[in-house]
Design a protein around this ligand. Structure first.
Ligand SMILES: Cc1cc2nc3c(=O)[nH]c(=O)nc-3n(C[C@H](O)[C@H](O)[C@H](O)COP(=O)(O)O)c2cc1C
Length: 440
């Protein structure tokens, strides 16, 4: 079926009808230009640029030319919050040889980058964005030298098929304790280099997220809810204790994975992949109790069910899942879990498929209390000025929007440095042709 992102309310209505869903909508997007507080920091508007990895750092893990170009463009675009991309806290947990890697040796380069981001926004927009560093261990998706070197929580036949990953790749409880310490150390360093906060990343089936479904793992990190959530909770407690009161310790967490029990978080035994949000609510409440003043909710796994994680034009043909159904699942799921943590700001995800209507849908969701901030992912690569156009301009321009074609992800999967192949073609169309089309 020929599906395109909406460029008008009529397009949106047609897509919703096709997918048999209803989503909130408001012509008035003024709420997106209003400030909101997180701890002692004021977010200037309601737009977040989600973590978007460029796989374009140096071998040592510091921002390189394309990384700096990306963050300069983001900073000029006037989002209130920039969620700095997946940043490893140990070499073995890097997802690719060019992933960011924060450590004592690379700290100065990160300090310069954060300063550049803030100065650029102050100069261009008159305000400092809040910048959060996403701290990660890539677990199953670790590829520090460019070849897969998975470190897993447990064997999973959905991902591994008939070739189970060798037992030695399963992280021991002691190794997980060490990763916890590395994440806490990462948060301390993140504060030292000037980030406003650190994200103990627990999403998209990277290590901490995979642990959430370690139902059959023995030991301290498997089985009960308490054990499966131990790593994210303990790292959060450690980071809160080790960082200053002003520093924001947060998490980008999966509220649902989209895999059957016993391989997915947010599902029930015997109920397929139907989402159930009780455990996500419990985890969100626990993280708030530990001291997280804001949470960023997301779903799915970009490798196995991108239709859940980042609804795209090919969701229906490739996965039998209409992209507007995917958008609705994401928005409503986030709204449901937000009910458990009504007093803290919550960020949405998976909204780039909404095209020109993204601001109007997110504004309506915020007005309805489903979440508090609109988090754009792919849209920021296509349209780095989108926050400015939403909050002080005349809305999203159909000539600049993300068309949710999925080509940025294809470049990434082919081992390249992702960016927008369509709107930033001078750099990224060439890479797409070489890496993706060249392989086909
Ligand atoms: C090229 C690319 C890089 C990404 N890098 C990250 C990342 O570093 N950390 C993360 O949590 N999510 C990452 N994501 C996921 C996005 O942040 C976002 O959740 C996803 O694209 C869905 O949102 P959207 O519909 O607004 O694009 C990435 C997605 C893409 C396409």
């Amino acid at each position: 079926m020929n599906i395109n992102v909406p460029q008008s309310k009529a397009d949106l209505d047609r897509l919703c009808e096709e997918a048999k869903v209803t989503i909130p909508y408001s012509e008035d997007t003024s709420v997106l230009a209003t400030p909101i507080k997180v701890k002692n920091k004021t977010l200037h508007n309601r737009i977040v640029y989600q973590a978007m990895e460029g796989c374009d750092g140096t071998k040592d893990g510091i921002p390189d030319e394309l990384t700096l170009r990306r963050y300069t463009r983001f900073a000029k675009g006037a989002p209130a919050l920039i969620w700095f991309e997946a940043t490893a806290v140990m070499q073995e947990g890097r997802a690719n040889p060019r992933q960011m890697y924060l450590n004592e040796k690379t700290a100065d380069a990160f300090a310069r980058t954060v300063e550049m981001i803030k100065e650029t926004s102050v100069k261009e927009n008159g305000f400092e964005p809040v910048v959060i560093c996403q701290l990660t261990h890539s677990g199953r998706y670790s590829k520090p030298e460019g070849v897969p070197a998975p470190r897993i929580a447990y064997n999973n036949p959905i991902f591994e098929g008939n070739n189970p990953i060798e037992q030695s790749a399963i992280l021991s409880d002691d190794e997980l304790d060490n990763i916890c310490e590395a994440l806490i150390g990462g948060a301390v360093l993140a504060e030292k280099v000037g980030f406003d906060g650190a994200d103990i990343k627990c999403c998209h089936r990277y290590l901490l997220c995979e642990l959430l479904s370690a139902y059959n793992r023995p030991g301290r990190y498997g089985g009960s809810f308490e054990n499966r959530t131990r790593l994210v909770r303990t790292a959060a407690e450690g980071a809160v204790a080790a960082c200053s009161d002003e520093f924001i310790v947060t998490s980008r967490m999966n509220i649902y994975d989209g895999f059957e029990y016993p391989y997915g978080f947010g599902v029930h035994e015997g109920d397929g992949i139907t989402p159930h949000y009780e455990e996500a609510k419990e985890l969100a409440k626990a993280l708030v109790k530990i001291g997280m003043p804001m949470l960023d909710f997301t779903m799915g796994n970009p490798y196995f069910n991108p239709n859940v994680n980042r609804p795209f034009v090919g969701s229906l043909d490739k996965f039998g899942d209409h992209p507007m159904f995917g958008v609705e699942r994401m928005l409503k799921g986030i709204g449901e879990v937000k009910k458990a943590v009504p007093d803290i700001p919550v960020i949405s995800s998976g909204i780039s498929f909404l095209g020109t209507e993204g601001a109007k849908v997110n504004a309506a969701c915020i007005e309805a209390g489903m979440f508090d901030l609109a988090g754009f992912g792919r849209q920021t690569l296509a349209y780095p000025d989108c926050a400015k156009d939403i909050t002080i301009g005349s809305g999203l321009d159909k000539k600049k929007i993300c068309i949710a074609c999925g080509k940025c992800s294809e470049v990434m999967r082919a081992g390249g440095t992702p960016g927008c192949v369509i709107r930033d073609g001078e750099i990224y169309a060439k890479l797409y042709k070489e890496l993706v089309l060249g392989k086909k």
